[in-house]
Write a protein that binds this ligand. Sequence first.
Ligand SMILES: [Fe+2]
Ligand SMILES: [Fe+2]
Length: 238
Amino acid sequence: MNNDTAPAIDTTRADAFAATYPVRPIPAVGPVDTTPIVTTPAALGELDDLWRTIVPETRARGNDIHLPISLAFAERLCRAYPDADSDLVRVAIVLHDTGWAHVDESRIISEGFTGDWRKADIRFEHEQRGLEVARRVLPGLGYSGDFIERVCAIIDGHDTRPLAYSLEDALMRDADRLWRFDHAGIAVAASWFGLDPARYTDRLASEIVPELITQAAFEMGTADLGRATALLKTPVIR
Ligand SMILES: [Fe+2]
Ligand SMILES: [Fe+2]
């Protein structure tokens, strides 16, 4: 089932962000690290209390693989874009998919990865449940109300809203996509879409690479894709 009443896009915010960063993909101003993500795991232990709080939410839909790898990519992206509020990007990426733990699990694959999956009702639901997780867990960890609402503004619509509203929003979106290019992400996510590794990596190249907002993410994603397709021998095994 698809949602035909998608929330209206705040064109003022989207246009302001587009005007601030007119060159796409957005050029990096800091170092761009394209080595395998396993070489730079997420380093900031200050988020460990947050991780411990959301362990139950990590057990849904591969989040215990997806979220830590995406955080590592987010930290790498923040080094390439030092103007971004890295605390905001990091907390948002950790929490963005926790709502999957609070939706009907049987509908995740049946609705969330088929057809026009970005518009499926289950996608909106996981975003809204994620906002509830953020507002439940973050106050007790010392985050301010203003910061929590900025996190929520990024989580809200992260899959279903077509445009980013800020640099932090853009970096979270790119980190959310980049994990799929690592061979661990391919192993987990290809089956969600019912695709073999060759077809899945074809789709990464044709559909996901063009969606990347930042130049750093483009370079990281294409480097990973080249390594992963060679490793998995997708030119041959298809
Ligand atoms: Fe999501
Ligand atoms: Fe995600």
